[in-house]
Write a protein that binds this ligand. Structure first.
Ligand code: SF4
Length: 377
């Protein structure tokens, strides 16, 4: 089992960091979470999900801007990342990525990669500018946009010109619709934020926003009311950054924060949330003391008492974590586990789980997060 020492703890914003549009979409109030790509020690981030890894590779391929040779480039980048993943005990089980994410998801990713944006950008206009001043808006793929005060920025997948202005395209490798059939709000947020940044540049005409995953393409409303919601959040983030506030504020941001592994404020807050469950999604982590270890087929089952005093069980733990009965009595933190059943906790206001299982590669779930386990010393 990997060991995490208290001395490893510490999160922070790099001083030169700008607020990234992609961090803002689900940002609540923690100043660190606004720019969560900046961490003092990146090797102490939680393991990225295979879906996120493949999404970054797709973006790296699109960044090159060529319509041909994409699959060859994709395959060679996959080879590079697989070599890197195979060198760490935390990530070697994810190789080969094709098997980990499953054949059908792999084939969809390849066909989406082939169809992304090819038709919509006339080659002769690539990399050209529209507008005349030194804040001209550039068109092409992977265009960096930033606010005029340089405090907020992000990379738009593609900006192209059309008769009445510019189209900003955002490409996603996964679903763009939520369960209720509506466009995912975090994607809409991101595009509207790009639209607002683009408005600060010099260009002619209107802005049209388009979201696509290669199979479906939808327009995102860029109206006064949608702009108002997003610009309020951007202004709030700018305000936090300008105040120089770097104190972590545990809450809604923690759910997907890769820095919770080394965030002392998170450890102190999270276990209290179970018994007084707040109205936001609590991260699927358990921190507690191992009470017993047993083995079922090729997997390990542990019972532990978590810091909220809840007796919990975690099943299906892979042998790669090397947990044995010698670990009974140790304090551990398990990140990114799943649960099926839920119970009402003592004093709790809502249902919460006591029985968990490791997110395993054999589940073939394309969106699972990777389970990390650490002994806390
Ligand atoms: S874990 Fe929570 S409190 Fe800590 S930096 Fe991340 S969002 Fe902020």
């Amino acid at each position: 089992m990997l060991i995490l020492k208290r001395a490893d703890f510490g999160v922070g914003i790099a001083d030169e960091g700008i607020v990234r549009v992609s961090s803002l979409s689900d940002w609540g109030s923690c100043p660190i979470a606004i720019n969560r790509r900046s961490i003092y020690n990146p090797s102490l981030e939680l393991t990225k999900s295979p879906t996120a890894i493949i999404g970054s590779i797709v973006h790296a391929v699109l960044e090159r801007g060529e319509d041909t040779g994409r699959i060859e480039l994709f395959n060679s980048l996959i080879e590079e990342i697989e070599l890197e993943l195979s060198l760490s005990s935390r990530t070697s089980h994810l190789v080969p990525l094709r098997k980990t994410i499953g054949e059908s998801k792999w084939r969809t990713t390849i066909s989406r990669l082939e169809s992304f944006g090819v038709a919509s950008l006339p080659s002769k206009r690539r990399g050209k500018f529209v507008g005349k001043s030194n804040r001209r808006l550039r068109i092409g793929r992977e265009i960096f946009l930033e606010s005029s005060d340089k405090s907020v920025g992000g990379i738009a997948d593609q900006i192209s010109a059309f008769d009445n202005g510019v189209i900003i395209d955002e490409y996603k490798t996964g679903d763009i619709f939520a369960r209720d059939g509506r466009t995912k709000s975090s994607f809409e947020f991101q595009l509207i934020a790009y639209g607002l940044l683009a408005e600060e540049y010099d260009f002619y005409g209107k802005i049209r926003l388009r979201l696509s995953n290669g199979e479906s393409t939808v327009d995102v409303n860029f109206t006064d009311s949608s702009k108002k919601v997003v610009s309020e959040k951007i202004n709030r983030a700018k305000d936090v950054v300008s105040r120089g506030d770097k104190t972590p504020i545990p809450g809604v941001d923690c759910k997907y924060c890769p820095m919770r592994l080394v965030c002392g404020d998170y450890y102190e807050a999270v276990m209290g949330w179970w018994n007084h469950a707040p109205d936001f999604d609590i991260p699927s982590d358990i921190i507690g003391e191992i009470q017993s270890v047993s083995h079922e087929a090729n997997f390990t089952k542990i019972k532990l008492l978590d810091l909220a005093g809840r007796p919990c069980v975690v099943r299906g733990i892979s042998a790669r974590h090397k947990i044995s009965s010698n670990d009974v009595g140790k304090k551990i933190a398990i990140f990114n586990i799943s649960s099926k059943s839920q119970q009402v906790g003592e004093g709790g206001r809502r249902l919460h789980p006591l029985s968990f299982f490791e997110n395993s590669t054999s589940q073939r779930s394309s969106f699972y997060s990777v389970t990390d386990i650490f002994e806390l010393q």
